[in-house]
Design a protein around this ligand. Structure first.
Ligand code: FAD
Length: 446
């Protein structure tokens, strides 16, 4: 894919006189301050600029916009950061099989595949207990058990694909600073550099604006959950020996320690430790960090060297008490966040996009109003139980393995033994991890 992006810049401010309505100001996403109140105008549903506006051009928002290619819907995607700033995030993700199939269905996987690393084997272990659970490709008869991809690789391909989608307008860098949700549609105030402002109207607003989702907060949607007692230390490592496409999840009493294989024999480590320890690790210089990491990493891949810096992320479980209101839906981290054990976070969001795209296209083909709550609830009913299952599963894994209580130690080691030896149990766990359980969206059926 070589086509260059042409994000749309706002060139004018539309300011129509009209009836005052309830408006919500958004500033949290970018730290923007207050700005002069502008008046909203009465909503004429026949005069919308777009059928839907997606706010947030992270992996989730971009995937939805690309997934709506050929849908017949007029879509706008609004991202506050510049394209290059959105790409420049030193994160890497486990991309499960279902997500890779959704990308394939959209038509972006062939561009991603040369730069992502397949997982040929997954090894689970409990501290120093010698019993290891091994999942191999033959268990599922698939090309791989999943993939590991850098954020920039996924985002660049999605951004480039967007330029081929004639029905999508990419507004970037543009920030949504105000939303006005009315019974017949939504009016948004957009702002770009130089404080140029413009209003756009849409039938449906989709918030893909991340875990702190200003749009979710302004809409008054409550969330439930907690911050974990742990934080996550992440780093990129280059081992001397080949990684052989093996992903490791080693459960320690402090928290899980994951090694994910990347192209060029790099490894991403996701190291969960208690918050105080994470703060101490964050303060280490590179040599001290590497020395500490080696104690946990082991020597199965020979000498390790650090590529770039290490960083620390807070870890939380969060679930919104609803994903939809009339004219509004939440997707990705805006709707839910989970513990990074098992690397499920972004996969839940990608699955949300495939489900929402399917619901919206069907409604559109049947002549229904895509902003109607009855339509949006189809998406919510589909995704809520599936997301809660993964949130519960990752929470349980972390709790069962991150402690030294003898009955739990015995229980989890029995569990690991069962996973390794009882085939139906192994297949059930594998299907959950790879995303192949639950309702498969049309975009992943090909
Ligand atoms: C340590 C750690 C490790 C992780 N590892 C994995 C893993 O291995 N596998 C995995 O699947 N997941 C992982 N995750 C989770 C994953 O990072 C998230 O699930 C994912 O990034 C969420 O994507 P998103 O597009 O929903 O939100 P984001 O990536 O947060 O994107 C939101 C976008 O919205 C934009 N925005 C916000 N407000 C506005 C506004 N008002 N106007 C315009 N734009 C706006 C922002 O600029 C941003 O680009 C991990 C998370 C952590 C913390």
């Amino acid at each position: 894919m070589t086509l260059k992006q042409h994000p749309v810049m706002i060139s004018s401010i539309a300011s129509e006189p009209g009836v005052k309505a309830t408006v919500s100001q958004i500033g949290a996403a970018s730290g923007q301050g207050h700005y002069p109140e502008t008046q909203s105008s009465a909503f004429d549903p026949n005069q919308v600029d777009y059928d839907l506006v997606i706010v947030g051009g992270g992996i989730v928002g971009l995937t939805l916009a690309c997934g709506l290619n050929h849908s017949g819907l007029r879509v706008a995607l609004v991202e506050a950061k510049t394209e290059s700033a959105a790409v420049a995030r030193g994160q890497a993700y486990h991309i499960n099989l279902l997500s890779s199939r959704i990308f394939q269905g959209i038509g972006v996987w062939d561009q991603m595949r040369p730069n992502v690393n397949p997982i040929a084997q997954i090894q689970l272990s409990d501290a120093n207990y010698p019993g290891i659970v091994q999942f191999v490709q033959q268990d599922l008869q698939t090309e791989a058990l999943g993939y590991v991809a850098e954020h920039r690789v996924l985002l660049e391909v999605l951004q480039n694909f967007l330029s081929l989608c004639a029905n999508v307008t990419y507004l970037c860098p543009v920030e949504v600073v105000k939303t006005d949700i009315q019974p017949d549609g939504v009016e948004l105030e957009l702002k770009q550099a130089g404080d140029v402002r413009r209003r756009v109207r849409t039938k449906l607003l989709v918030a893909a604006d991340g875990a702190r989702s200003p749009i979710r907060q302004q809409a008054g949607i409550r969330t439930y959950g907690w911050q974990y007692w742990q934080s996550c230390v992440v780093a990129l490592i280059k081992p001397a020996q080949p990684h052989h496409n093996i992903a490791y999840e080693r459960f320690q009493p402090d928290g899980p320690f994951a090694i994910l294989p990347l192209p060029n024999n790099l490894c991403r480590i996701v190291w969960t430790v208690p918050k105080a320890e994470a703060a101490a690790i964050a303060a280490l210089d590179q040599d001290q960090f590497l020395a500490k990491l080696k104690q946990r990493y082991g020597d199965q891949m020979g000498e390790l060297s650090l590529v770039g810096d290490h960083s620390v992320f807070p870890v939380q479980l969060m679930h919104s008490d609803r994903y939809s209101l009339p004219r509004l839906s939440l997707i990705g981290d805006a709707a839910h966040c989970c513990h990074p054990v098992g690397g499920q976070g972004v996969n839940l969001g990608i699955r949300d996009t495939a489900a929402l795209a399917q619901v919206l296209q069907q409604a559109h083909q049947q002549g229904q109003d895509i902003g109607d709550l009855a339509v949006l609830r189809r998406y919510e009913r589909w995704r809520t139980p599936e997301n809660l299952t993964i949130l519960g599963f990752t929470d349980l894994l972390d709790r069962i393995f991150s402690n030294t209580l003898l009955p739990l130690v015995i229980l989890r080691r029995l569990g690991l033994w069962g996973l390794q030896t009882i085939r139906p149990l192994k297949l059930t766990a594998l299907k959950l991890m790879t995303g192949l359980s639950g309702r498969i969206p049309d975009l992943a059926r090909h």
